[in-house]
Design a protein around this ligand. Structure first.
Ligand SMILES: NC(=O)c1ccc[n+]([C@@H]2O[C@H](COP(=O)([O-])OP(=O)(O)OC[C@H]3O[C@@H](n4cnc5c(N)ncnc54)[C@H](O)[C@@H]3O)[C@@H](O)[C@H]2O)c1
Length: 250
């Protein structure tokens, strides 16, 4: 347990793989899940930060470049073997980037799609035999409010990748029910290293689409991910849960 959180053991005995665990929302999720007694496998390409957090939490760590299929295959297999199986997956890793459509190079487009959409597909595909072997499980994919309602010019590749991830999650929920629940979570602007300064300012501005007039904290997204991973959401599958200060509800 860390950060003075009260453990309710909501993830006791659950073996969960989290990508993007070295920073931001993934890091907050790893800390919250550890406080809820989960057994964790943490994946990220930032080896140094990853090893620090894994040692803080007593978790298994795998440094992995998520655009490489063979590295994903190896990291998921190694995680399942280290934890003795898998009961849950949380795909958090993602990147911003992209630019205006007219000046976007194919490489920029492909990179955003590779990290934000193809990598979650590959992680899910590799984890599924382990979830099935465990008798079922949960998948949570961290998409974005941009995938529900794009709000900024120059984010089309990002919005497309996240909209794709929402739809992929819903399609998987249908395919994998009733044994495996699959949900997406769609954060609004959250205070992490990914967040461009102008988006932080825009969220706070009077008249912005953010009803709550502030940016979110990584822990507030982690709380939603915990809900979708724990038994508290046992009757929930195929949703895209907006945790966005009220940007997309109207
Ligand atoms: N911060 C926001 O405002 C916001 C809003 C909506 C959605 N999101 C989504 O939340 C997720 C987490 O974002 P964050 O704000 O915590 O970002 P972050 O940059 O703090 O963390 C992302 C982590 O993913 C890892 N990562 C990125 N690309 C990788 C790759 N190719 N291989 C392995 N690891 C890789 C990074 O090393 C980093 O540790 C992302 O999917 C992002 O799109 C963030």
């Amino acid at each position: 347990m860390s950060h003075g959180q009260q453990s309710c053991n909501r993830l006791a005995e659950r073996r969960i793989l989290i990508t993007g665990a070295a920073s931001g929302i993934g890091l907050a999720t790893a800390r919250l899940f550890a406080a809820e007694d989960a057994h964790l496998a943490l994946l990220d390409r930032d080896r140094e930060a990853l090893e620090r957090i894994a040692s803080e939490l007593g978790a298994h760590a795998a440094a992995v470049e998520l655009t490489e299929e063979s590295q994903i295959r190896e990291a998921v297999a190694g995680s399942a073997s280290a934890l003795g199986g898998l009961d849950g997956v949380v795909n958090v890793a993602g990147i911003g980037g992209g630019t205006f459509v007219e000046s976007m190079r194919l490489d920029d487009w492909n990179r955003v799609l590779a990290v934000n959409l193809t990598a979650p597909f590959l992680v899910c595909r590799e984890a599924l035999p382990h979830l099935r072997h465990a008798g079922g499980g949960t998948i949570v994919n961290v998409a974005s409010g941009q995938g529900l309602l794009p709000s900024s010019p120059s984010l089309s590749a990002y919005a497309a990748s996240k909209g794709g991830l929402v739809t992929f999650s819903k399609a998987m929920a249908l395919e994998l029910a009733p044994e495996i629940r699959v949900n997406a979570i769609c954060p609004g602007v959250v205070d992490t290293p990914l967040l461009p300064a102008q988006m932080r300012a825009a969220a706070r501005a009077p008249g912005s689409g953010y009803a709550l007039k502030r940016v979110g904290e990584p822990e507030e997204i982690a709380a939603g991910i915990l809900f979708l991973t724990s038994r508290e959401s046992a009757f929930v599958t195929g949703i895209a849960l907006a945790v966005d200060g009220g940007r997309t509800y109207h």
